[in-house]
Design a protein around this ligand. Structure first.
Ligand code: BGC
Length: 727
């Protein structure tokens, strides 16, 4: 009795902000009321490369951010990008987000979020700088590999579970880069000129879903400008849309060095400024961070009364909300780091994201019973891909290269021989971290090709592993690719390999579409992405058929650059001004409109089994504006082994007052079928699936009239269509 009484008394003297039974909003107001102006301002900007101040006097902890989005970045020095040399910060590298998107499996997205969140939590980070959901507008964008493809519906459905998974650890997901950061060239200066329809229909939906469905606790303003204001200090994007229309109650974080003006940073919805100057104590003040736009200049304006205290309070409320949701939530789990469980989760995601693009005559899986000698060709078979590419670069606990994965899986079942085949690039170190793989070769390009061809000729099977890498002007932040073509004369090598051996699998490691002038010469092609720690094991499992491929492309592979709207219309990369003239016709929407045959379509991916689709049916002929409609289709596995199929529902609006894409993805379902098994897949839609954004009304509209529902295995492989009406 006595001890209970004592406890009650202690609880009643606990300040409200520390009392977990009080509501977060009450705790915020209480904490705010105890803070000085200086303490408030200190929370609004960085104090180091990746952290911002707490309120030590009140026991309110600091905020610690980490990249994101494929693993937890190595610890860096307080003021420098260089890694600090810790020996306990080697993480699990998860597959790049393009690979996750290619799995079209929302459960895997949830798993991804959960495990990366556990890693962040263990490392005491309360904000994960990811996921990224900028739309794939051009295949040249150096950061496409960090995003979830070209389609707003697919990226929306995939981003929500990722966020929920991360945040179940008491770690905030910081969705980036809001918004319109669709190219790396001129990213700090380019002003994006996009019409409202494209903004709302293409570029914003994934962010909106992240905020409203995923309930993301943080969002990062992009580097570029929109309507002449930098995205991180942007009235339209932050105040009007994010907070006004979507009611976002989380924290807006700037991109590192993305802030350029104190007044806009104060009034346009930003909460925390990072990365403006991070070169230590050399800025002339006692502390460089005091010079931040939201540091001393902000404090001065507040003290003089030119800016009302309410402005800093708004920001601090959001920041405190973040702290209560994360660091001060005593019930959040502890996390775990670099575990086998996490590595296996990454492997599972990798295996489901790999896409079998082409497979003539069942070239794959490799028939080991008939294969005595396998020749692996290509630099990417040995090149580590978790290092490089910009801020998503990782210090991985380990990374299984494709060659090692193949060798391990094949064991003594066949001889595996390697030939590099071409001279690529010596991998660069990033943040003081090198890949450790030395791939210098003093032989000439001719000698390397000759060696590969001679070996390939005498092999039972040839696996080519090439593509792009994480070096500058490839799949890497800060720059775009120079062309759609493969670097290092790979086209020639692949063409020659196809001539000497018909048992050839071409594995492309990249986060982007590449041109394939040899597409008709090679029997099989695998899109292998960047797969992280377990890369080689995942790839080998697909190549030998332990795992049946089930990924599908989250973006179009155009045959040439001019088959992409942004390029055809000649606007990319703009000259300081990037006008999105193709408007809503991005990716397959452009391909459909222009009747172009893509190299590989959005939604395309093969399996080692085959699927037969029945006829799509609907539960009614007509839908009312407030009603729903259900479509269903039976899908049968007509092959000899179990497999997964991603069934896609597209909607076509027959007649509309504004131009619309021929069709748009509105639902999908990934199902698993045993050999011979049939399942019925159902999709229920409401009028949101029929709506477009009307810029005049500034609202979504579904016009009554005729529609078609198209069910298919890809955006160009529609198996069945049914007409219906909206009343
Ligand atoms: C990138 C962000 C990243 C940040 C911190 C910036 O250059 O654009 O995506 O989170 O750096 O590393």
């Amino acid at each position: 009795m006595v001890s209970i009484g004592a406890k009650t008394k202690a609880q009643s003297t606990l300040p409200v902000y520390l009392n977990e039974s009080a509501s977060i909003e009450q705790r915020i107001e209480d904490a705010l009321s105890r803070m000085t102006l200086e303490e408030k301002v200190a929370m609004c900007h960085a104090q180091s490369k990746f952290s911002s101040a707490g309120v030590p006097r009140l026991g309110i902890p600091e905020n610690w951010m980490t990249d994101g989005p494929h693993g937890i970045r190595a610890e860096v020095f307080w003021d420098k990008w260089d890694q600090a040399g810790w020996t306990n910060d080697s993480c699990i590298a998860f597959p790049a987000l393009t690979c996750l998107a290619a799995s079209w499996n929302t459960d895997l997205s949830s798993l991804y979020g959960k495990v990366i969140g556990e890693e962040a939590r263990y490392r005491n980070k309360n904000v994960l700088l990811g996921p990224g959901v900028n739309i794939y507008r051009t295949p040249l964008n150096g950061r496409n590999f960090e995003y979830m493809g070209e389609d707003p519906l697919l990226s929306s459905r995939m981003v929500v579970p990722y966020i929920q998974g991360v945040q179940s650890n008491g770690v905030a997901a910081c969705v980036k880069h809001y918004a319109l950061n669709n190219q790396e060239i001129d990213r700090h200066t380019v002003n994006v000129d996009v019409d409202d329809r494209a903004l709302y229909e293409i570029y914003l939906p994934a962010f909106k879903a992240a905020v409203q469905e995923g309930k993301a606790w943080a969002i990062m303003g992009a580097y570029n400008k929109y309507k002449g204001q930098w995205a991180g200090q942007n009235q339209y994007l932050l105040n009007d849309i994010l907070r006004g229309e979507w009611k976002f109650d989380g924290v807006v974080v700037s991109d590192w060095g993305g802030i350029n003006d104190t007044k806009q940073a104060i009034y346009h919805g930003l909460d925390m400024e990072f990365g403006s100057w991070t070169n230590g104590l050399t800025m002339g003040a006692s502390n460089a961070y005091d010079n931040y736009y939201l540091a001393d200049p902000f404090l001065k304006l507040l003290k003089s009364g030119e800016v009302k205290e309410e402005e800093v309070d708004k920001k601090v409320r959001n920041i405190l909300r973040l702290v209560f949701r994360t660091n001060m939530n005593t019930k959040r789990p502890w996390g775990s780091f670099a575990t086998e469980e996490h590595a296996l989760a990454g492997r599972k995601i990798a295996q489901e994201g790999i896409v079998l693009l082409k497979n003539n005559n069942n070239t794959l899986p490799i028939n080991l019973a008939k294969t005595k000698k396998i020749v692996v060709v290509g630099e990417n078979a040995v090149k580590l891909m978790t290092v490089g590419g910009g801020s998503s670069s990782l210090k991985a606990k380990y990374e299984v290269s494709p060659l090692d994965g193949i060798k391990k899986r094949i064991g003594t079942q066949a001889e595996v021989v390697y030939a590099r085949g071409y001279i690529g690039e010596q991998p660069k170190a990033q943040d003081g971290l090198s890949t450790g793989d030395s791939i210098t070769d003093n032989r000439s390009a001719d000698q390397l090709m000759k060696e590969a061809l001679t070996l390939a000729k005498g092999a039972d099977f040839v696996i080519y592993v090439g593509g792009l890498n994480k070096n500058d002007k490839q799949d890497s932040e800060g720059n775009d690719r120079a062309s759609l073509g493969l670097p290092y004369n790979q086209d020639k090598l692949i063409t020659e390999l196809a001539k000497v051996n018909k048992n050839l699998a071409v594995v492309m490691i990249s986060g982007n579409a590449v041109a394939m002038p040899w597409v008709n010469d090679v029997p099989s092609i695998v899109q292998g992405w960047y797969l992280g720690t377990e890369a080689g094991n995942a790839l080998a499992a697909i190549l030998v058929g332990d795992v049946n491929p089930s990924g599908k492309l989250p973006f179009t592979f155009p045959a040439k650059l001019a088959d992409n709207g942004a390029h055809k219309l000649g606007v990319y990369p703009g000259k300081g001004e990037e006008k999105y003239n193709e408007s809503i016709f991005v990716g397959y929407r452009w391909i459909d409109k222009e009747k172009i045959k893509p190299l590989f379509s959005f939604g395309h991916g093969l399996s080692y089994t085959t699927f037969e689709y029945g006829k799509v049916t609907a539960d009614k002929k007509q839908m009312t504006a407030d009603g729903k409609m259900t479509f269903s289709v039976s899908v049968k596995n007509t092959g000899k082994r179990e497999g997964q199929e991603i069934v896609q529902l597209y909607i076509n609006d027959v007649k509309s007052s504004l131009p619309r894409p021929i069709k748009e993805l509105k639902a999908f379902n990934k199902i698993s079928l045993k050999a011979g098994e049939t399942k019925r897949v159902t999709f229920t839609i409401d009028k949101t699936a029929l709506s477009f954004f009307d810029p005049k009304k500034h609202d979504w509209v579904a016009e009554s009239g005729d529609f078609n529902a198209l069910v298919g295995a890809s955006s160009t492989d529609i198996r069945s269509t049914i007409a219906f009406k909206l009343k």
